[in-house]
Design a protein around this ligand. Structure first.
Ligand code: PRX
Length: 628
């Protein structure tokens, strides 16, 4: 059998013998109450995987490896920001997680309570995540690049009992405050201020603790001998919430279960990523995003592998840094974003080729479109296999991929290959819902039930889960919000989002959230934010604002600062244009695509429904004036 036939057989088996297939995968995990039934799908599209079975996620990532690999490294922290490398064995990580779990318990955290984690890329962040799931608490990690407003809305929605943070982070040698941003968010929250546990880093002087604030090191030291038995939870008990952006201004809390999640993570290592126990994985991402949750933390540790947690930039102190880590730690599987590779490409192949990369089996790239040129360049530079994989926060693991664990099929540049086992992908006409032909653009939909590991609902809002993802057509189908095309050989090509999500350097951002913040400025009456193509980051943000006449109009910098302060520097627009009006339909709907076209210097196209044609001219002039 060749790789294609092996894949076909594997995929068909997963679809046609769903129960047997996922029962077999479940054996990759240790259960407290063993699996009997595989799937309860009595309430579509809500899938309840492994009903009645119980397990503990932390036990599966740490305890069960102690006997065989207690002295093997579990986590290697490399910080090029503070010039430190610290390795933790499975046993050391286990001890530390037990101590943290004891601290959480002492602070009143019970099974089902939420803990919000707002931290830089330090080992305590991973320890906090694992300590949460050890006691059945639910973590909600908020990306450290987010600021006050973004944090406040997530705190309000997750209602955490405890927040774990650090007093400072550091990026590109510049110290970034964390605690002051958290304090700023507390001024905006509508719930009582939760307790705060603070990791002090020697980057800033230690501030005195306020009411309800605790010092991580002190509390851990007090619990140095603590051992907290892992709490077995029902398979569907939420393991975590991770907020992501969509069409509306309020981020959605993607809720993930425990049993399906554990099985999906471990199985993806075997069949897709081909990472074996004892090997080393390096995922250059952030724990605040889904790639970090899945492939820095859970999947490698569930596998008994070593994971590298990297704090720093891919090009500092020089563009060879990541590749020196591959050489030094004999990394077998590496995973990062196309943007990181495009950044390296600008610096030349010699930085990469100077290193012995013989340990590296595969490099996986995901999070945004991987252009053909970059794919070709990195494949020849490392002289190895580079695998584009397509997925979402909602799914937690690849929807489309080449399966390294089954043997690679031929690579087609520009394509993340074929559906992963368990994903029933359909391309349909966006208006009629009817299937499109080969080589025709359609909306990418997934027929439920979604496989194990995918989101089970929107945190606290089942209706929003249904309305957001399953209401597009009469038949129940999960919408990915991406356009795609399939060629006659079954390879998919992703053609961009069909909603208001933009993707800056692999970071998913909602335009509405940005617009809402711009409109909080007293003189901004209307705003539109769009993504424009950028050679390195994929997309950049450009905003248009209509300002009221009274008072001096705000400077672009003032508005950019407002975004950095409230959402975070990652959402800072590259350009903000002041315009007389925004193009809308007669019924008042913003013509976002025409604004985007103009921002990219393209023709806005024919707009028969536009309310006032003159605004287009004004927008064009505003853009031209800035570029003169
Ligand atoms: O538009 C797709 C794009 O990123 C979106 C999901 O982003 P996020 O929730 O942050 O999850 C990232 C997990 C890797 C998708 O809807 N996207 C992700 N991977 C690819 C991609 N677009 C093209 N090619 C990819 N490989």
């Amino acid at each position: 059998m060749n790789a294609r036939e092996r894949y076909e057989e594997f995929y068909r088996n997963a679809m046609d013998n769903k129960e047997a297939f996922w029962r077999e995968q479940a054996q990759l995990i240790d259960w407290e109450t063993p699996v009997s039934q595989v799937l309860d799908y009595s309430n579509p599209p809500f899938a309840y995987w492994y009903p009645g079975a119980t397990l503990n996620l932390c036990y599966n990532t740490l305890d069960r490896h102690l006997e065989q690999r207690g002295d093997q490294n579990a986590l290697i922290w490399v910080s090029t920001e503070v010039n430190k490398t610290v390795a933790f064995t499975y046993r050391q990580l286990y001890e530390w997680v037990n101590q943290a779990a004891a601290v959480f318990r002492q602070m009143g955290v019970q099974k089902g309570d939420r803990i919000l984690i707002y931290m830089p890329m330090i080992p305590q962040a991973v320890v906090a995540m694992l300590a949460c799931v050890r006691i059945g608490a639910i973590h909600s990690v908020v990306f450290g690049g987010f600021a006050a407003h973004a944090l406040a809305s997530r705190i309000d929605d997750a209602t955490p009992k405890l927040i774990v943070t650090a007093d400072a982070g550091i990026r590109g040698g510049k110290i970034v405050p964390y605690k002051p941003l958290l304090d700023a968010s507390f001024k905006q929250i509508t719930i009582p201020k939760p307790n705060v546990l603070i990791v002090h880093r020697d980057l800033v002087p230690q501030s005195p603790l306020g009411v309800g604030e605790w010092d991580w090191d002190q509390e851990i030291a007090l619990n140095a001998r603590a051992h907290i038995p892992p709490v077995a939870v029902d398979s569907r008990h939420p393991s975590y919430i991770l907020y992501t952006s969509g069409t509306t201004g309020t981020p959605k809390g993607v809720q993930r279960d425990t049993g399906g999640h554990a099985v999906a993570m471990r199985a993806s290592m075997k069949h897709i990523y081909d990472l074996r126990p004892g090997e080393v994985m390096f995922t250059g991402s952030d724990i605040g995003w889904v790639v970090g949750h899945s492939y820095i933390v859970y999947a490698p540790l569930l596998t008994g592998a070593t994971t590298i947690l990297y704090e720093g930039l891919p090009i500092r102190p020089d563009p060879g840094i990541w590749w020196s880590l591959v050489e030094k730690f004999k990394v077998t599987i590496m995973f990062t974003s196309p943007t990181a590779i495009r950044l390296l490409k600008k610096n030349g192949p010699e930085w990469i080729q100077d290193h012995d990369l013989s340990s590296l089996r595969y490099l996986f790239l995901a999070g945004e479109p991987l252009d053909r040129e970059t794919h070709r360049w990195i494949s020849s530079t490392i002289n190895g296999q580079v695998i584009d994989n397509y997925w979402q926060t909602e799914t937690g693991w690849p929807i489309l991929t080449n399966h390294a664990g089954l043997g690679l099929m031929a690579t087609k540049f520009g394509s993340p290959a074929v559906p992963a086992y368990g994903f029933d992908c359909h391309l349909v006409d966006e208006r009629t819902g009817k299937p499109v032909k080969d080589n025709e653009k359609g909306s990418l939909m997934i027929k439920p039930p979604l496989p194990p590991g995918c989101m089970t609902t929107v945190w606290g809002n089942d209706q929003r889960f249904l309305d957001t993802y399953f209401s597009r057509f009469e038949t129940l189908m999960y919408a990915t919000f991406d356009y795609a095309m399939r060629d006659e050989e079954g390879y998919y090509f992703i053609m961009g989002r069909d909603d208001d999500v933009i993707n800056v350097a692999g970071h998913r951002l909602g335009t509405r959230e940005i617009e809402e913040i711009l409109c909080t400025h007293p003189q901004v009456s209307e705003a539109a934010a769009v993504g424009v193509t950028d050679a390195v980051k994929g997309q950049e943000i450009v905003a248009f604002v209509v300002v009221s006449r009274d008072g001096a109009p705000p400077e672009g910098k003032e508005l950019k600062d407002l975004i950095s302060r409230e959402i975070g520097a990652i959402a800072r627009p590259k350009e903000i244009y002041r315009v007389a009006g925004l193009p809308k339909t007669r019924s008042g709907k913003l013509l976002r695509r025409s604004i985007q076209a103009m921002a990219e210097g393209r023709d806005p196209g024919d707009l028969p429904t536009i309310d006032d044609v003159a605004v287009l001219d004004h927008i064009k002039k505003a853009i031209e004036a800035t570029h003169d």
